[in-house]
Design a protein around this ligand. Structure first.
Ligand SMILES: Nc1ncnc2c1ncn2[C@@H]1O[C@H](COP(=O)(O)OP(=O)(O)OP(=O)(O)O)[C@@H](O)[C@H]1O
Ligand SMILES: [Mg+2]
Length: 490
């Protein structure tokens, strides 16, 4: 941890304003206190409730609460050089008077030697202050430091409860691995909670740690943490896709990709409606046993009108902190159809493409799409995705497995049904339609007070017009398009 030295350097280099994006207020306070001592400067801290206060002073300087201007005025008038940390000042940074006040204070730095440190979980520097300021990133705990936090928290719990915390080494290793990327206080908070509930660090705690980490990073609904992943055996067919994923699992999960191999980056799943694309996307996370984060374009556009790119960048950053993980963008064409030159979706596309090209993280992107017409061509260019898979309608064999999966799932043992006959009758059906036929026939049999039979399901199939019939031309077009451009998923 060289934060103290690094901050010292920044202050030495006469930077008047230092921004720290963090919620580690306690740690920053300690740093500022020590910096004050080292430089022989007066050190203050300010918050809207506490006002401006000298470190170790009993009370605040009068009338410095509620807004930062009187605190800044006090600092500006003070003759002795100082370091002042201001917590949560970001809501005030759109007030012209305050920005001007900061600017004048900073411009006089050569004479007054006042340093300001602005701390908040979210900072955006007004243009007027950019030349006068620098960003500082607090270091994050490394493996050893996270381990030390676990040891310390375990000892704490042990003393209080008069018994030792139970934890297997591999569980501790997994928790350390999964908590990387958070600050000290967040890490400590999560570990304390994991231990406090029962004094055991077990399998469940790995999942809880990942979830807690995600919640700490939460990016306001643009990303969601999907707890319902599926394993490969819950997905019928798609044998090529599964094989592709199995062959890459080890490389993706290894600390460092072996020489000559790149870390797998992502897939595009293209295909007919109801063919199981979304299901397959979820199974990547289930198959590789890593968290699944879903990026919701609708939330991106709705919530922050005019701030879409920044929020996309934040969401992508969050995904990187959560690595290794799957980042799933469902129906990507809906969020990216670039109908207007220079419009928000064009810029979002640009941001996404840049990220895809430059990132070097274990965030595996899985995108799905079924409308190639509105898919921006840039996205399909070689090298964007590792592979583009085409998910076609299931063949006879796969259909029978889909029946099997969905019957078993609803506690109707598949061996009681003629799967071959069902697969024959459901030619042209997508997986979603097969599932629907199973569900509907269970309703029917239940209503009639009968046990479910193959006949019930066949009846349902006969009464269904599959999309492949209703949209035959569109599907043929999609298949023709996919022929030379994609790899069959099955
Ligand atoms: N290969 C499959 N194996 C098992 N179940 C399947 C399969 N394909 C589809 N299903 C069932 O159909 C449901 C709907 O499929 P899914 O939503 O994954 O299709 P999709 O291709 O994403 O469709 P859309 O284009 O409409 O989004 C799945 O949740 C699953 O229950
Ligand atoms: Mg889908």
């Amino acid at each position: 941890m060289n934060d103290l030295q690094d901050l010292e350097l920044l202050i030495h280099s006469e930077t008047p304003i230092i921004y720290i994006q963090s919620n580690e207020e306690k740690r920053i306070s300690e740093l500022v206190f020590r910096l004050g001592k080292r430089f022989g400067k007066e050190a203050f801290h300010w918050s809207v409730i506490g006002g401006l206060r000298k470190f170790e002073a009993k009370s605040a300087i009068a009338n410095t609460e509620n807004t930062p201007d009187s605190a800044l005025q006090y600092v500006a008038q003070s003759k002795s050089p100082s370091i002042t940390v201001l917590f949560d000042i970001h809501p005030y940074l759109d007030e012209p008077v305050l920005v001007r006040q900061l600017r004048e204070l900073a411009k006089e730095h050569q004479n007054n030697k006042h340093t300001l440190i602005l701390v908040s979980p979210h900072v955006e520097i007004p243009d007027e202050l950019k030349m006068l300021s620098a960003f500082f990133e607090l270091s994050l705990p490394n493996d050893e430091e996270i381990r030390a936090i676990i040891v310390k928290e375990s000892e704490r719990w042990g003393k209080k409860n008069n018994r030792r915390v139970q934890a297997k080494q591999e569980i501790i290793d997994a928790i350390v691995r999964n908590l990387k990327g958070l600050g000290f206080s967040d890490t400590k908070g999560i570990i304390r909670k994991l231990i406090n509930d029962d004094g055991i660090l077990g399998d469940d705690d790995i999942k809880d740690a990942i979830k807690a980490k995600y919640e700490t990073l939460d990016s306001d609904g643009v990303l969601s943490f999907e707890t319902k992943t599926v394993t490969f055996d819950q997905v019928a067919g798609l044998s090529n896709l599964k094989e592709w994923l199995n062959y890459r699992k080890k490389v993706f999960l290894s600390e460092k990709a072996p020489v000559g191999l790149d870390t797998p980056k992502g897939l595009l799943l293209l295909g007919v409606q109801g063919g199981g694309k979304s299901l397959a996307a979820k199974s990547v996370a289930g198959g590789w046993n890593i968290p699944l984060l879903r990026l919701d374009f609708a939330a991106l556009y709705n919530k922050y009108y005019g701030e879409t790119e920044r929020n996309l960048r934040d969401a992508l950053k969050t995904a990187e902190v959560m690595q290794p993980c799957v980042l799933w963008i469902d129906e990507i064409e809906k969020g990216l159809s670039t109908e207007s030159e220079g419009g928000p979706s064009q810029r979002v596309l640009g941001t996404l493409l840049t990220w895809m090209a430059e990132r070097d993280s274990k965030v595996f992107l899985v995108a799905t799409a079924n409308d190639i017409e509105s898919l921006p061509p840039e996205l399909l260019r070689k090298g964007r995705f590792d592979e583009i898979f085409f998910v076609d309608l299931p063949d006879h064999e796969v259909r029978s497995v889909i029946f099997k999966i969905h019957l078993n799932k609803r506690e109707k043992p598949a061996e009681n049904y003629d799967l071959d006959k069902l697969a024959d009758a459901s030619e042209g059906f997508a997986g979603a339609e097969i599932e629907q036929a199973v569900v509907a026939s269970i309703y029917t049999s239940f209503a009639k007070d009968e046990d479910l039979t193959t006949e019930h399901i066949l009846h349902e199939i006969k009464n269904t017009k599959p999309l492949s019939v209703l949209m035959a031309e569109k599907i043929q077009y999609l298949r023709d398009w996919a022929k030379d451009r994609t790899v069959p998923a099955d």
